[in-house]
Design a binder for this molecule. Structure first.
Ligand code: PLP
Length: 371
């Protein structure tokens, strides 16, 4: 059996090696490393795939979130609400820009922002919401957009883990004012280095975003505002152009593995398998179980013993991280995040899991629970 990995990027690369190698060599030959034609072409192809008016490529997903926030004309102290249970990048950029991050609890079954908690966190200073489509399925966007409309707030979708997911027929990241994604190698659409992109249907925001990614420059050497330098390079764009046409089949492969897992675990009472929202498809960036009998860490150790990797995404709520604890949070407001950090465990999930590996992994988990 092939060694089991959380993410198997080598096996995936071997299948597209010839195509990708040629594309990379072409960029090297052209020497158009920055802003080459590959970048522009990828931009157009991703616009078509997402059915969105503007795609602005950038250097990584964290930059995408930062630049999105920078485009909104917010003032220091303005509040931005996001989920307590996500990767730190989502909140990091808020604090970095001297905006005030407000973390709220997530839903226990979908791992996405809890709408009631979101509503309760709104103050006269709230300006934006960043829903995170965690682990590959969309937050409850109908509700998020309804809240945003009622209070006149911006919505930035963190789509780093959910590219390709559909929410009621629209692609994740194209429903809010701005969508952000990452092409980090292990993401569902990963390049071979760092990369990211920002999406919007708003022409004015798109213009602003294009300026900010390029030193606040709208006319060469005229800097209208403080920007950043955040570029997707041509080599990464060339890789992404080869992988974008495969994204749906990659997400399908992830769904197949997820279905195999969930079928195998359906009779284990102490194990809650991921639930799929009625309005969103799931692209299983992660396959995340909840272990309800308090034995999550034992399960992880048991699997490690059998050389099956399993990860805890995420072990600490963001509000308990030193960097993001403002002293104002009340533990009782976060019952779900508090439970999730103790219960979650993510199994190997990627496009190259074969039946032998899946059988081995599921047998080990069943053995742990005496099934
Ligand atoms: C990966 C990720 C990011 C950051 O993307 P990078 O390209 O690594 O900067 C942001 N938010 C979430 C939810 C992520 O998973």
């Amino acid at each position: 059996m092939k060694k089991i990995q959380m993410v198997d990027l080598q096996s995936q690369y071997q299948k597209i090696k010839e195509d990708v190698d040629t594309a990379i060599l072409n960029v090297l030959g052209s020497a158009a490393f920055i802003n080459g034609p590959e970048v522009k072409q990828f931009e157009t192809e991703l616009q078509d795939y997402l059915d969105v008016k503007h795609v602005i490529p950038c250097a990584n997903g964290t930059d995408a979130l930062q630049i999105a926030l920078m485009s909104l004309g917010l003032e220091p102290g303005d509040e931005v609400i996001t989920a307590d249970f996500t990767f730190a990048a989502t909140v990091e950029v808020v604090d970095l820009l001297k905006l005030t991050s407000v973390l709220v609890d997530v839903d226990y079954t979908t791992f996405t922002i809890d709408i009631e908690k979101l509503k309760a966190a709104i103050t006269p200073k709230t300006r934006a919401i960043i829903p995170v489509h965690l682990f590959g399925q969309c937050a409850n966007m109908d509700e998020v957009m309804a809240v945003a409309k009622e209070y006149n707030l911006f919505v930035i979708e963190d789509t780093a883990q959910a590219i390709g997911a559909d929410y009621k027929g629209k692609k994740a990241g194209t429903i809010g004012h701005i969508g952000c994604t990452s092409f980090f190698p292990s993401k569902n659409l990963g390049c071979y280095g760092d990369g990211g992109a920002i999406f919007t249907n708003d022409d004015e925001l798109a213009h602003k975003l294009r300026g900010i990614v390029n030193h606040g420059m709208y006319k060469r050497y005229y800097h209208d505002e403080v920007g950043v330098n955040s570029r997707l390079d041509s080599v990464q764009a060339a890789v992404l152009r080869k992988k974008l046409p495969l994204l749906d089949s990659y997400n399908e492969a992830r769904n197949k593995a997820a279905a195999y897992y969930s079928e195998a675990f359906k009779d284990i009472e102490e194990l809650l398998t991921p639930e799929v929202n009625e309005n969103s498809t799931h692209v299983f960036h992660q396959y995340t179980l909840r272990v309800t009998n308090g034995k999550r860490n034992e399960l992880q150790a048991f699997l490690t013993e059998k050389e099956i990797p399993a990860m805890i995404y995420y072990p600490v709520p963001l509000r308990k991280q030193k960097a993001y604890n403002n002293g104002h949070y009340n533990d009782a407001d976060f019952p779900n995040t508090n439970k999730l950090v103790e219960e979650v465990i993510s199994l190997p999930m990627h496009t190259e899991l074969d039946e032998e590996q899946l059988m081995f992994i599921t047998s080990a988990v069943k053995e742990f629970f005496g099934k």
